[in-house]
Design a protein around this ligand. Sequence first.
Ligand SMILES: Cc1cc2nc3c(=O)[nH]c(=O)nc-3n(C[C@H](O)[C@H](O)[C@H](O)COP(=O)(O)O)c2cc1C
Length: 175
Amino acid sequence: MRRKKIVVATSGASGVNLGLKALKLLPDEVEKHFIITQNAEVVFEKEPNTTFHKNENIASSISSGSFGIDAMIIAPCSMNTLAKIACGIADNLVTRCASVMIKEHKKLILAPREMPFSAIALENMHKLSTLGVIIAPPVMAYYSNQQTLDEMENFIIGKWFDLLGIENNLYKRWE
Ligand SMILES: Cc1cc2nc3c(=O)[nH]c(=O)nc-3n(C[C@H](O)[C@H](O)[C@H](O)COP(=O)(O)O)c2cc1C
């Protein structure tokens, strides 16, 4: 069976570690692609089984619809990147890949990180949501009784994996 191809990208919002942790937790059966920002470059050069793409490299394989990426998650997603995607701007690899996901009707998950959200951000989210983009911000739930930051992050990442169709036991489900 063909391996699922998934892109994890981060943008300049707080919580970059969430995106990196999601990448690490993705199962090995997945073909993993990561769009790396300059800051994360040093830390993650040694992560195994992952193809790294520089955000400036717009000619990267994943920039074309023909490469066949199945799903992309941008976690965290800054309001800047959110706004660009909502307007169809594709000026770096993250925004280009997102625009490819939209035009190819592939799964795109955004985890916008800001508090509170401005009306502009909410409008952008609404517009993208109506186009089928999944807006899944890093918002906590309390029913699974997380005690540590690690468990709270696992809850959020587990919810993202659910949306990506990746089986996981990262959080205690409501019964
Ligand atoms: C320390 C720091 C924290 C930031 N946190 C956020 C944030 O949580 N959400 C957000 O939308 N922007 C945040 N920003 C602003 C973005 O980094 C800025 O808008 C940047 O242009 C985003 O670029 P990018 O979308 O290409 O990553 C933060 C900036 C700094 C310096």
